[in-house]
Design a protein around this ligand. Sequence first.
Ligand code: C2E
Ligand code: MG
Ligand code: MG
Length: 697
Amino acid sequence: VPTRPDVRLRAFSAVVGTLGFLTLFAVLLRSDITRIAESPATGVVLALLLFGGQLRPIVVPRGDHHGEITVSPTFALALALVGPLWLALLVQGLAVVVEAMRARKPAEKVLFDVAEHMLTLFAARAVFCLLTGNDIRYGVPLDLPNELVPALLAGGVFFVVKHVLSCVVLALTLEEPLFSRLARDLPFQISASGVLLSFAPVVAAAVAQTLWLVPLLLLPVAAIHKSAQLAAERERQALYDTLTDLPNRALLRRRMSRALEDAERSGERFGVLLVDLDHFKDINDTLGHHVGDDLIVEVARRLRRNLRPGDTVARLGGDEFAVLAVGLDRPDDGIAVAGRLLDALDEPFTADSVRLDIQASLGLALHPDHGDDIDTLLQRADIALYDAKSERGTVRLYEPEADGHTPERLALATELRTGLQVDELFLEFQPKVATLTGRVVGLEALVRWRHPRHGVLMPDDFLPVVENTGLIAPLTLTVLDKALSALAGWRADGHDVSVAVNLSVRHLTDLDLPRQVDALLRGRGIPPSALVLEVTETVIMSDPSRAVAVLDLLRDLGVDIAIDDFGTGYSSLAYLRRLQIDELKIDKSFVTNVAHDEGDAVIVRSTIEMGHNLGLRVVAEGVEDDETLQLLRTWRCDVAQGYGISVPLAVDQVAAWLGQRNDAMSAFGDRWIAAALAAARHEAGLPFPPAGEEAAC
Ligand code: C2E
Ligand code: MG
Ligand code: MG
């Protein structure tokens, strides 16, 4: 059953078609075809140019699709101004038909296009003749400058008639208001065809003058072709992934914003799916990048094949893809799409004659159920993906309950944006000392937020909320900047210390981070070796492939990498070895009670030993008392950090603390040396702690 808009569209096409062909026949009937002989060369040359222009359209980048414009309107209008009208109509009609046949356009569309051109040319010519008093049927050379304004006005009419006719069709097809369509297309149309049309009087005058000018006229046309080609190429590079030819993140966002607009009008539901391959890095590493690349290309192909034409698959980088699935009726439809994609990826792959079984994880968020802007939807699909990755090879729909991103916490995320702008974040620094000598080796920067209403917030109060948002990157850069600025001051005062900064999950997937760190270090003139970046093992395990890549880049800079909270995650020792890290920080939960818990003692001791065997510096965090420090020293733990040495200090307390410590070092010296002796005795198999000796110190 045809819908109402369909009926209106057909009616409109029929009216335009009839009028167009009536015009053509009327003009042909009323004209004397032999009158071309008066200016045959002009007519023939313009006709050829018109024909050529129509068949060689210029491809222009227009948002995420490519529009086409032809230079033929310039020549068509020129011919309409100076040639016989019948010739202009006939050649134009023929060119449209030939072009349509080449592009295999449906017959209905061809008839409409021809009619549209007939009406446009006729209207332009009619206005020109009304203003100049010329015979509408036959042309004479332009009388310049007198006829310049009428010629330009004719161009204006040409433009308006064509633009309005095309927009009516589009508005009827897409069921949108005519005026919004007219207004939306206007800037592009003016910049493209408007400019071309204003060139028509020049062409008409030049061709009538001498045909020798024709090659010169073609030069700008060739130049336009060339630059349009370059622009299209550039646009393509900016919006598409080179390996897979899929849209990239930027284009995905554009399409999402269009989907949002469409959904607003039609109330339709759409879904954003994030797809991540599990263990892709292993394949890349063991079988080589070319196999990895082949695999990515094949994954892209399978994703594309299993979606409908209106959907979008984008490659976000590495092994991460996103799918925008539109026109979903129910949430279940989204899950069905995800399930279909998962199945498609489940089939074994063959790359370089190796059979590969790939698993993927998918996270899905829906509009309007889970968010009504691009960032929220992507963020929530990401949360769902992380959820899915914990079980690998599954699809997860975003679940608000499991998210922990309650409205108050989400409000925090919004407030943090302002907080960053007005500088509400500040750092405290906790010293790390060498257990054997007591020397301060560095300080760990710990972020705090002086919140206007809630007072000072600790990292655990707000970091989990921003972890998955775009804010974590600026936050970390702020922390890095503040930490390096403080460090520059202490180093200028002669303290040879380093500073440690914590990184979040997101950062290890951000290939831009190494460059930013490098720039910040250079800006402050700080050697990379004075910066330690702490990452937790959970971070690494959640996406080992990407993490390894980013960590390698950071290490290439010369920055030290520490594994934070070691022992709380599930890192495999193999990764630990491959990761090329410098420091292992044993989690405080094992350290704090080590003096009284045999189990913790075993863990800490063996971790220290393992760390040393891997050539790593071992740090114990959460050292709350001297007894623990003493034990760690005995066990040759390199560095200790904790309330027992110092609580985190405000930045201006640090300088004083460092100074005092230097003064006190000589006094403490004996004690550290005695302790070192104790450690040596222990090593030599003498009893430990040597009774009474400690008291003597
Ligand atoms: P972390 O990196 O393991 O930092 C050590 C945490 O242990 C700090 O808590 C510190 O105050 C606390 N601590 C220090 N000594 C002791 C002790 O002797 N006993 C006990 N029980 N705790 C001790 P804080 O400052 O609340 O930081 C918590 C976590 O927040 C940090 O754990 C780190 O993972 C994260 N964090 C802190 N600052 C930043 C930052 O700038 N960026 C990122 N991404 N994460 C940060
Ligand atoms: Mg840390
Ligand atoms: Mg820690």
